[in-house]
Design a protein around this ligand. Structure first.
Ligand code: PLP
Length: 410
């Protein structure tokens, strides 16, 4: 079983929000890169936690023990989702940005003034700001250039990695343009100089199956609200590495990985929902283990999303005055996220007009502010972004195309 049109129709029944209408229009949620809708199974898991075992951890009583089991189970599910060796490599936090800031504070303690960090112009600010902030601690932060076609300049990356580079921080997929970056090349270059590799997989995780072990990343971050779960940030750290880092932590906090970077009380109910989201994805795949079902489900979902995104890409470009940014869809290694500009129409105006017809798309830079500046699109208000998730259909894209065509003709 793949994940095709009929599976998509079936899955739509699991997402209560898809039933909502606005002024008679069914809502078309094409805003997935900013957060997907959640299936009933996730809603139930969150509500179920509050109904049955809402407690803090480390208590000598049943609901506290159950809470610890919920969190442990979620770590195991995330480990399967990422291809991590075990739950010990999976830390939780408020969101990816907060975890990355915490990590930056720990990593800078292992650096000396004059050491270098390499970031990219394509990345979301969440994978730039925490590193740029270390300039005030004497760390040199360099940036890999973004090319007009939406890809990174790997010759520039080669030039900018030096013997002083301690960290290469790169996105796996761009939330603005859908580009999938060549992380294996970044890893190879980072390894040659003994630098850590950190991967922002927030936009990649909802669209492709992942294998952190094969990727050989030191750190990988993602966010469950982008893959049908609640608002929880996730940090994978290579086995043994987190325990060596001097994280900001209380003396009362556990010392070992994965707890070492988890300050304060976690969002237990949301974490219950993370496990449910991963199990929900797995329910669309086949195999003996959770990992096998996840890999198979993500392959099917990726294929479905790619087809729908390609349909949009190919047709929207034919409209007069429309420019589609980023790479084409000849490669399956392209995230199903398409950004366009319409001559004479500001993206915010287009998003508002489409929103009035129940078509939910984003405008602006989506915090990929540097990429939008480099492409010369900032002054015009950025781009109009359409994201495809597992529940999106060709009919929704046809509605979107009609709406964009009406705007383009004005
Ligand atoms: C590629 C990418 N990285 C990082 C983030 C930040 O994630 P969070 O909202 O969990 O901090 C986002 C959010 O949109 C994103 O798209």
């Amino acid at each position: 079983m793949g994940f095709g049109r009929s599976e998509c129709e079936t899955c739509r029944r699991d997402f209560p929000a898809l039933g909502r209408k606005l002024s008679g229009y069914p809502l078309a949620y094409l805003d997935g890169p900013a957060g997907t809708q959640v299936p009933q199974q996730v809603i139930e898991a969150v509500a179920g936690y509050y109904r049955t075992c809402n407690a803090n951890t480390h208590g000598a009583f049943e609901t506290s023990r159950e809470t610890e089991e919920v969190i442990h189970g979620a770590r195991e599910a995330v480990a399967a989702f990422l291809g991590a060796p075990s739950w010990r490599e999976v830390s939780f936090g408020a969101n990816m940005t907060t975890l990355n800031f915490s990590l930056s504070q720990a990593l800078v303690r292992e650096m000396r003034p004059g050491d270098e960090i390499l970031i990219t112009e394509l990345d979301h600010e969440a994978n730039r700001g925490p590193w740029l902030g270390l300039r005030e601690r004497g760390i040199a932060v360099r940036e890999v250039g973004l090319q007009h076609d939406g890809t990174l300049d790997y010759a520039d990356m080669r030039r900018k990695i030096t013997d002083r580079t301690r960290l290469v921080a790169i996105g796996y997929a761009s939330n603005a343009l859908g580009t999938v970056n060549d992380v294996p090349t970044a890893r190879k270059l980072a390894r040659e100089v003994g630098a850590w590799l950190l991967v922002d997989a927030v936009h990649y995780a909802p669209h492709f199956s992942q294998d952190v072990t094969a990727l050989d990343a030191d750190f990988l971050l993602c966010s469950a609200y982008k893959f049908y779960g609640p608002h929880v940030g996730i940090l994978y750290t290579r086995p043994g590495l987190l325990a060596m880092l001097r994280t900001d932590k209380l003396r009362t906090q556990e010392d070992e990985a994965p707890f070492r970077i988890e300050t304060g009380t976690l969002n237990h109910a949301a974490i219950a929902g993370v496990k449910a989201a991963i199990e929900y994805i797995a329910s669309w795949g086949q195999g003996e283990t959770l990992r096998a079902r996840l890999v198979s489900a993500m392959e099917g979902i990726a294929f479905h999303e790619h087809e729908i995104a390609r349909f949009y890409w190919e047709n929207v470009r034919k409209l007069p005055g429309v420019e589609a940014w980023g790479q084409d869809f000849t490669s399956p290694r392209r995230a199903p996220t398409v950004s366009i500009t319409i001559a004479g129409v500001r993206p915010s105006e287009a998003a508002r007009a489409l929103g009035g017809k129940g078509i939910l798309v984003w405008d602006g830079d989506f915090y990929a502010a540097r990429a939008i500046e480099v492409l010369g699109l900032a002054e015009g208000g950025g781009v109009l972004r359409t994201g495809i998730s597992m529940y999106n259909t060709r009919e929704e894209i046809e509605r979107l195309l009609e709406g964009v065509a009406a705007l383009a003709q004005r």
